[in-house]
Ligand binder design. Structure first.
Ligand SMILES: Cc1ncc(COP(=O)(O)O)c(C=O)c1O
Ligand SMILES: Nc1c(O)cccc1C(=O)C[C@H](N)C(=O)O
Length: 392
């Protein structure tokens, strides 16, 4: 069967195919950057009209007591099933960077005698920057280590280990079960950055005993540009979770306006200031698309799309034209990273031809495959366009 027929067959068999119509994508564009900014759900534009007109406009400040103030927790409960988390452990607030700061400081405070913060060497930069700052502020030492070398690095001086579940550059997926167990065996806490894995594969934070986790909602969760991030704090750690940004939003009785800070009892203590309501409610609306969607189907389709894209690239391009950086086995997220010496110019030309991926310095072409709206036909079209660009 040729590639066109294979794409058609795979798309015809896709149990998630009906979901593409829920998204507002420009016709003729192949969008392979949902791992950086997810596409808009059609329902979000309508919901935002209602929120602005009826809630903000119609109810004015009364809306704060009609569902706005509780939204960080309520939206967190919608994300929890995607994380394998029971209720009461996820709050949506601030950015991933800010939540990393809260989680790392809190983790250090949980282990007063331990001197080291460990970060995986390939981390997304913001994680490394924040960890550096946390180490300086708390008088700890920062160590970087390859995730494969963790056992040699961990010890009774390790306070916390910050790991990216999926490597943003290569798409490599780390073994959360094994690494969490290793960190715990050293008596340390783990913070997982789930930016590139939430909405990609079934997660099991509770079952694996993960301590803390953070993640973006504007990628595979399609919350919209700058949508607030989530913070997971395992229930039994919440009472001791002493996060440093003691804003009134995390206070036990924010509207008592008391002079002293007393943290809220549960996950709400992860909050800080006034929630970003418009973004939060856009995210809440976007999350409705997950109702009835099985993450196992999402995972299977993501693997199928990425496999098929690599197959197309391998068949259409001359041997050696690009190097596939993403692992070929299942230890990967839903992106394909290709190395090419002129990656930046190549991506510029692909985007000019309406195939939108992204470029990561110095030489990586990155293609994200969001299973809710990308098709195998898109993957084939992208591979053909890449072939044309490289031939030109
Ligand atoms: C792994 C990872 N962590 C963190 C971030 C960024 O977080 P923030 O929302 O604070 O910009 C990103 C993407 O920008 C990311 O890919
Ligand atoms: N958050 C982003 C932004 O505000 C602008 C451009 C890109 C982003 C991204 O999300 C980058 C992304 N985290 C990455 O994996 O490279």
């Amino acid at each position: 069967m040729d590639l066109t027929a294979r794409a058609a067959k795979l798309d015809a068999e896709d149990p998630l195919a009906h979901l593409r119509a829920e998204f507002d994508l420009p016709p003729g564009t192949v969008y392979l950057d949902g791992n950086s900014l997810g596409a808009p759900l059609r329902r979000v534009a309508d919901q935002m009209q209602r929120v602005v007109r009826e809630q903000w406009g119609g109810r004015l400040i009364r809306s704060w007591s009609e569902g706005w103030w509780e939204a960080p927790r309520r939206v967190g409960e919608r994300i929890a099933p995607l994380l394998g988390a029971a209720p009461g452990q996820v709050v949506v607030a601030d950015s991933t960077s800010v939540n990393l700061f809260k989680a790392l400081v809190a983790a250090v405070r949980l282990a007063p005698g331990r001197r080291e913060i460990v970060v995986d060497a390939a981390t997304f930069p913001t994680d490394g920057y924040i960890a550096t700052s946390v180490a300086e502020l708390t008088g700890r030492v920062l160590r970087t280590a390859d995730a494969d070398e963790l056992p040699a690095v961990l010890g009774d001086g390790t306070a916390v280990v910050l790991l990216n579940h999926v490597d943003y550059r290569t798409g490599r997926l780390h073994d959360m079960a094994a690494l969490t167990a290793r960190v715990h065996a050293a008596g340390a806490r783990v913070v997982w950055d789930l930016c590139h894995s939430v909405g990609v594969l079934p997660l099991a934070l509770d079952a694996l005993g993960v301590d803390l986790a953070v993640g973006c909602t504007y990628k595979f969760l399609n919350g919209g540009p700058g949508a607030p991030a989530f913070l997971y704090v395992r229930r039994d750690l919440q009472e001791a979770f002493d996060q440093p940004l003691s804003g009134w939003g995390g206070h036990r009785e924010p509207f008592a306006m008391a002079p002293d800070y007393v943290p809220a009892e549960g996950i709400e203590r992860g909050r800080c200031g006034t929630p970003d309501i418009l973004s939060l409610l856009a995210l809440e609306s976007a999350l409705e698309v997950w109702d009835g969607v099985a993450l196992a189907d999402v995972r299977a389709k993501g693997l199928s799309l990425t496999d098929f894209f690599v197959e197309c690239v391998t068949e259409l391009l001359p041997p050696g034209a690009v190097e596939v950086l993403t692992p070929r086995d299942e230890r990967r997220g839903h992106q394909v990273s290709l190395r090419h010496p002129d990656a930046e110019a190549v991506m510029t030309e692909l985007i000019a031809r309406e195939v939108i991926g992204d470029f990561r310095s110095p030489d990586v072409l990155r293609f994200g495959f969001a299973p809710l709206y990308v098709t195998h036909a898109d993957a084939l079209h992208a591979a053909r366009t890449l072939t044309d660009v490289l031939e030109a």
